[in-house]
Design a protein around this ligand. Structure first.
Ligand code: G3P
Length: 223
């Protein structure tokens, strides 16, 4: 399962990219606003210069023609840009047309396995079930990821399930166990995956013991 960062903060992406474990980025208007706004194109192109992988950028048009035009324009910003389109009638039709023309689509705001199956047939490269938002309303978000993966595999469909709206490290484990191809997460969740108090304690103890051993060696040398 590949790991993507779910943010539009260039500073965060720059910092996280150094770890060498991020292979893509997903953005949306909420994340863009949270990161302080600015010209969306500039932000997305800057991100493309930091992470060499799929960078999702949201399309906002609400009709098919508008979506197709916007998606082609946004996809032209950089070869790594993947256009994000929400799943509804217009989104599905636009995705069917765009995928036939080779434009990569991340079908977003997916909340059921049926929507995932439709997105797959429309030719979306990535299909994004929103796990946390389903959990928020008392549904099992990870079950949608697992069902979607199972259906794609059962029919040998080439689309990839991108588990989104992940809120904590256990969601990442759940997505991996469910067979998601990609998990996208805020930087805080990535840091949560990394840190363990026993690792910190272990490092402290190794340093203290190394110091002890070096001291013993020094005093043995004096004798
Ligand atoms: O990738 C989708 C994500 O940004 C949504 O997350 O936490 O707003 O549900 P959240």
């Amino acid at each position: 399962m590949r790991l993507f960062l779910d943010t539009a903060s260039v500073d965060e992406i720059r910092e996280a990219a150094k770890l060498g474990v991020i292979s893509g980025v997903t953005t949306n208007p909420t994340l863009w606003a949270k990161a302080g706004g600015g010209d969306y194109r500039d932000v997305v192109v800057e991100i493309c210069g930091i992470v060499d992988g799929p960078i999702s950028a949201e399309c906002l048009s609400r009709d098919v023609e508008g979506l197709v035009e916007e998606a082609k324009r946004v996809a032209g910003w950089h070869p790594n840009v993947v256009v994000k389109i929400p799943i509804d009638e217009a989104g599905l039709e636009a995705t069917s047309r765009l995928s036939k023309e080779g434009v990569k689509v991340n079908m977003t705001l997916v909340f059921s396995a049926n929507q995932a199956l439709l997105a797959a047939h429309a030719g979306a490269t990535f299909i994004s079930p929103f796990v946390g938002r389903l959990d928020d309303v008392g549904h099992d978000g990870m079950a949608v990821v697992a069902d979607s993966v199972q259906i794609l595999e059962r029919y040998h469909l080439p689309n990839q399930v991108l588990a989104a709206s992940l809120r904590h490290p256990l969601h990442v484990i759940g997505a991996a166990k469910a067979g998601a191809h990609i998990a996208t997460m805020p930087y805080s969740v990535l840091k949560g995956m990394l840190r363990h108090p026993l690792t910190d304690v272990g490092i402290e103890r190794f340093l203290a013991d190394a110091e002890k051993a070096a001291k013993a060696a020094r005093s043995a040398g004096k004798r």
